[in-house]
Write a protein that binds this ligand. Structure first.
Ligand code: C5P
Length: 414
């Protein structure tokens, strides 16, 4: 199977005229990184927010804008544009574009392509909160839902116009996840090879309080664990993600529990059992402050800096691996090492009692910590597999696929 569910997919991206149009540039970049090709149509209003040059530089194709441009028709007409795509994405979808879609109005290239298509359409609305909540837009929203259009967002938050509320366009990562979910559903109409399996995943750092305003933490971004959760859900697993504090949006189709400390993370994991598979990708703090202060510690002139007394945190991976009841059938840990990666990972697999270890080199020169790429080695009881340098998303998909294969082989052997 291809490394990414998006490789070879053709996305027709329609960029409407809204301040959120700049986020569509990031979306194009991410789609192409994952192997999708992107063809873009810009409305006239979109040209006021981003330039066709930026869009075409990122998409690697010309930008389509004019319904009556004969050169365009000769190369690729409006019917052909939508016929050629696997999915149409409208981001940002303005109130105007939504209204045109809901009423079948086809006055420019964007609205014509949307009317001429029989492909799935996913839209990411972006508009002022009053425009979104207006009865007319809500009517159009209902109509589009009934027509089978898929939506991602809008999100609630601060708006460029200074107001607060629903109307912010979904972040590029969320739109990307919705696009991936669409293609995953097509790839596995019956529910995917992990259907019926429950997986528990830990991700992100933990924050261990020193006092009400300070904490001990680490540089984990949570990206790898979130990507694994998404990949497992896409293969049909019932997925529970227990996450420390991160800036990442909840992956679609995943049950999230957000926690702060290692002890909270352990309780959330125990509460999520039984599970068939546990994947501990969190960078759990090894120690916490023995007794965190109830009030903010104050700096007193002339006094010595306070000494922090640390005590050990529970080891979640080891705890899950050594359970006598409800032990997941497959427990997977991560070993982030800065030297002797394989040697340490092999020893860690035995010490923690888990079944597999995903080992990676996180020495600063690799840029893995907080970055988007990862080189991993899978250590199992049987031996070692070296994977190439891959985006974290592709590592996640490969791991999910490997887990699915493991269970199908185990079933065949029964
Ligand atoms: O011991 P070390 O932190 O290197 O082990 C890494 C593995 O153990 C990771 O899978 C991590 O999620 C897990 N771990 C844990 N609880 C801890 C420490 C690490 O689950 N307290």
């Amino acid at each position: 199977m291809a490394e990414s569910i998006l490789s070879g997919r053709r996305v027709l991206l329609i960029i409407g005229g809204g301040i959120a149009a700049y986020k569509s540039l990031e979306l194009i970049r991410r789609l192409r990184e994952r192997g999708a090709s992107v063809r873009a149509i810009m409305t006239a209003a979109a040209h006021e927010f981003v330039t066709p040059l930026s869009v075409s530089s990122l998409s690697g194709d010309k930008v389509y804008a004019d319904l009556f441009d004969l050169t365009d028709e000769a190369e690729m007409g409006h019917i052909e544009l939508s016929r050629d795509a696997d999915l149409l994405v409208v981001a940002p979808a303005t109130a105007d574009l939504m209204a045109k879609m809901a009423h079948g109005i086809a006055g420019d290239l964007a609205s014509t392509a949307l009317l001429a298509t029989d492909k799935k359409v996913l839209i990411a609305p972006a508009m002022n909160v009053r425009m979104w909540t207006h009865r007319a837009t809500q009517r159009n929203f209902e109509t589009l839902l009934a027509d089978g259009v898929d939506f991602v967002g809008p999100n609630e938050g601060d708006m460029a116009c200074g107001e607060y509320g629903p109307g912010r366009m979904a972040e590029p990562a969320e739109i990307l996840a919705a696009i991936e979910a669409h293609f995953a559903a097509l790839a596995f109409p019956g529910g995917g090879p992990l259907k019926g399996k429950r997986v528990l995943i830990t991700s992100g750092p933990t924050h261990e309080p020193i006092d009400p305003v300070r904490y001990l933490a680490n540089r984990s971004s949570g990206k790898q664990g979130y990507a694994i959760a998404q990949a497992m859900a896409r293969l049909g697993a019932e997925t529970v993600l227990v996450s420390g504090p991160t800036n990442l949006p909840s992956p679609p189709g995943v049950t999230m529990t957000r926690v702060e400390t290692a002890r909270e993370m352990l309780s959330a994991c125990e509460a999520a059992l039984p599970a068939d598979i546990a994947i501990c990708a969190a960078a759990v703090a090894d120690w916490r402050v023995a007794s965190d202060a109830e009030q903010k510690l104050k700096k007193q002139p002339g006094e010595q800096a306070p000494a922090l007394m640390l005590v050990e945190n529970p080891d979640i991976l080891a705890t899950l691996s050594h359970l006598t009841t409800n032990r997941p059938r497959l427990v997977i840990g991560f070993a982030a090492e800065t030297e002797k990666v394989i040697e340490h990972a092999v020893a860690k697999r035995q010490r923690k009692g888990c079944d597999w270890i995903v080992a990676n080199d996180v020495s600063p020169a690799t840029g893995v910590m907080g970055g988007d790429l990862n080189t991993v080695h899978l250590i199992t009881r049987e031996g070692q597999e070296d994977w190439p340098l891959l985006p974290k998303q592709a590592v996640a998909e490969r791991l999910a696929r490997r887990i699915a294969d493991h269970f199908s082989t185990a079933k065949a052997a029964e």
